[in-house]
Write a protein that binds this ligand. Structure first.
Ligand code: WTA
Length: 698
């Protein structure tokens, strides 16, 4: 059982904005859903499973489904499972591409592409995308990839990453995209877990002014994989390398003949006298992809999303939350290495026949006005990004926005990944949106497949800092501790077992506690790859009969949800999930370190930073040199995003008599509290003097 601690995220509680913003009239007028009443009626209708069945039938099913939903959320009753549209067969890539060609969208632009340099621009129509996907599916097929096989993808944001994903989907292979910023070791662990035999990458990419050698990282990962082969698994047999940079920018250090092949050569080798592979009709509950994400314990887990349900959630949430209409131009800054890139860059938009902007670069290169200029250049109507990016760009001042662009075409501004603080919300609204756009703060998770809590732009009034109300089919509930009288919800169970019966589902509208979901929506991940027990344990053991999100929340008198952050040992750094256990394990991997404990700290831009307490081995002094070494150790093990912000050397860690680290105390010190009285009850510590030592060493 993970340790549980709801820490109140001060910034979100303190400056809770009281203002309510009604949907701008010009947005409501043209929106799919025009008023709160209409939203509420739809929501009530969505409590019946026929609601999603009706939407599902708008897509192509090779064999129509007759069963809609079957599930069990209670471990007490048996195996946890969720099945939507189970007896139907379909194909998500077919619905993303062929279905749009059939609807006369062949010449519509699927993506405007902009590379790292603003001068590198291109676009691709649905017809062209379809051709590329069919070709690449031939390549995969020639490499022996079949239905149910896993293919690893480690690429920057080029159109080819979408091509690779859809080509997998078309032939029923399961893609596993690994974020291109992860280390070779992280990539290797994910390859090993998924047993992928094909890896797709690029030679490299420029991120801002900096070249990144992706192929080299893949070579290193393959070496790690090859040291850990198991019976029946021979590691990566084929590596397809898309040439993004070419020899003038990057000399490849390694090329394994027989294993490595250039993307363009593989395409050339397709035998055009043979028909390309046919669309593979998948059962609704067959896996579409897996995506690794950090949990509170152990290694990242591969969450498995299936075909029919995920397709319906991706399409429906995209249409309503971004109020997408046929002429709109949508721009999502997410990378396909994360779930947002899967659902709201690739699948959701394509299932709606949308035109999107696909951006390889970063918002601060060549200058801090990059995104705003792009909004004007492409006449963007919806823009979707993360609070960390908003806060970072806000720091450069309003002029960077207002002097370089008008943003007149914008209607909807989205936010995702972490709670957005009201100050950033207001800036987004006032400066980026010219006080004329609807903001949608979208709460969801890798596990949920699509948006769970948000305001539909034409219908639901917004309160800065609140994600607001549930999306169709989503039934949230708040679990509260019976004995808890305090305002500040502290559920630290450091030395007692977490007890389910101490909690109850709050029936009053106003409530604070754990956010759980009471019944399945189509897009919920169905399992953890190769470990269904861990899936049940992680999401369904805390409260029997409920899906546990791992987040704390408050529900206000209007039924609006205010997310207060993770209640387990998962950090949210710049909107990216990092498990404290992963960072700790990297730190103790260093020969001088005996023990490590990692906790979040407030960070102005990143939301949370990483604060690491480490104890050195006997006779080793914690100095600046060791600090630098430790940071680099973590960077190499996990990737730059996991680098600790603070390394705090301490002779020992605060532990209970049963030997568990009391993270609550470590968190408070990392938050800047510096007197014993502010740290709460320390009487259960085996050695209370540790606390003084920690405070002294700060
Ligand atoms: C957090 C990202 C508050 C939350 C789509 C969740 C948010 C975790 C919001 C999932 C939001 C995401 N407001 N918190 N709008 N969006 N979170 O799996 O803690 O990368 O559990 O999915 O991010 O992160 P993940």
């Amino acid at each position: 059982m993970p340790e549980v601690d709801v820490q109140s995220q001060e910034i979100h509680h303190q400056d809770q904005h009281s203002e309510v913003f009604n949907p701008p009239a010009h947005i409501s007028e043209r929106a799919w859903v025009k008023s709160y009443n209409e939203y509420k009626n739809n929501y009530d209708a969505s409590m019946d499973e026929q609601f999603y069945a009706g939407i599902a039938r708008e897509f192509h099913w090779e064999k129509p489904f007759t069963q809609i939903l079957d599930y069990n959320f209670s471990r007490k009753k048996g195996r946890v499972f969720v099945e939507w549209f189970k007896d139907g067969t379909t194909n998500v890539a077919y619905n993303c591409l062929d279905r749009n060609l059939n609807a006369n969208r062949g010449d519509k632009i699927a993506f405007f592409y902009e590379g790292n340099e603003p001068t590198e621009t291109n676009s691709i129509t649905y017809k062209q995308l379809h051709e590329q996907v069919v070709d690449f599916s031939s390549v995969l097929r020639n490499m022996g990839v079949r239905r149910g096989h896993c293919v690893a993808i480690y690429m920057p944001m080029v159109v080819e990453i979408v091509v690779a994903m859809l080509a997998c989907a078309r032939i029923g292979a399961i893609h596993s995209v690994v974020f291109g910023g992860f280390s070779a070791e992280s990539l290797a662990n994910r390859i090993l877990d998924s047993q992928a035999r094909v890896l797709i990458t690029t030679d490299g990419v420029f991120r801002g002014p900096k070249p990144v050698e992706l192929k080299k990282c893949c070579d290193d990962a393959c070496r790690i994989v090859n040291q850990q082969l198991t019976a029946g698994y021979n590691g990566i047999e084929k590596m397809v390398v898309y040439q993004r940079l070419g020899a003038e920018h990057l000399k490849l250090k390694e090329w394994v003949d027989g294993r490595d092949i250039w993307w363009h050569d593989a395409i050339k080798q397709i035998d055009r006298t043979i028909a390309p592979p046919a669309v593979e009709w998948m059962n609704a509950e067959d896996p579409l992809f897996m995506l690794y994400t950090s949990g509170s314990t152990g290694k990242p887990k591969g969450l498995v999303h299936t075909t029919g349900g995920y397709m319906v959630t991706a399409a429906t949430t995209f249409k309503y939350v971004f109020d997408y209409h046929d002429q709109d131009i949508y721009f999502c800054t997410a990378d396909c290495g994360w779930i947002t890139g899967h659902t709201y860059l690739c699948y959701g938009p394509l299932l709606n026949g949308a035109t999107s902007v696909l951006f390889e670069g970063i918002p601060t290169y060549p200058d801090e006005s990059r995104c705003w200029r792009m909004i004007d250049r492409y006449n963007v109507t919806q823009f979707y990004t993360a609070p960390t990016a908003i806060r970072a760009l806000m720091r450069f001042g309003d002029d960077k926005v207002t002097q370089t662009s008008t943003r007149n075409t914008l209607r909807i501004l989205g936010s995702v990944g972490e709670p957005i603080n009201p100050e950033a919300w207001m800036w987004y609204h006032r400066v980026v949106g010219n006080s004329n756009c609807a903001i949608v703060d979208t709460y969801w998770q890798t596990e949920t497949g699509g948006i769970m809590i948000t305001s539909q732009p034409g219908a639901v009034p917004t309160k800065p800092g609140s994600a607001s109300v549930p999306f169709y089919g989503v039934v949230p509930a708040v679990m509260r501790k019976k004995s808890d009288q305090s305002e500040d919800l502290v559920l630290d169970n450091t030395d007692e077992q977490f007890k389910q019966d101490e909690f109850y589902e709050e029936s009053q509208v106003e409530a604070e506690g754990y956010l759980v979901i009471k019944r399945p929506w189509p897009g919920l991940a169905r399992t953890i790859y190769g470990d269904h027990g861990r899936y049940e344990e992680t999401y369904f053991s805390m409260f029997d009969g409920y899906y546990a999100t791992g987040d704390g929340c408050r529900r206000d008198k209007d039924g609006y949800y205010w997310l207060t952050g993770r209640i387990d040992d998962v950090l949210n750094v710049s909107g990216h999930r990092i498990g404290t256990a992963e960072v700790e394990s990297a730190l103790v991997g260093h020969k001088s370190i005996a023990e490590a404990a990692v906790v979040p700290m407030p960070h102005e831009i990143k939301g949370q930073g990483i604060y690491a307490y480490v104890t050195t081995k006997e006779g080793i002094v914690g100095d600046e040199a060791l600090r630098a070494q430790l940071k680099s150790t973590v960077r190499v093990a996990l990737g730059p995003i996991a680098t600790p912000d603070v390394i705090h050397f301490t002779p020992s860690l605060p532990k209970t008599r049963s030997g568990k680290i009391m993270r609550r105390i470590l968190r408070k010190i990392a938050e800047g509290l510096d007197s014993v009285s502010q740290l709460g009850d320390v009487s259960t510590l085996a050695d209370p003097s540790v606390v003084d030592m920690l405070l002294k060493n700060k």
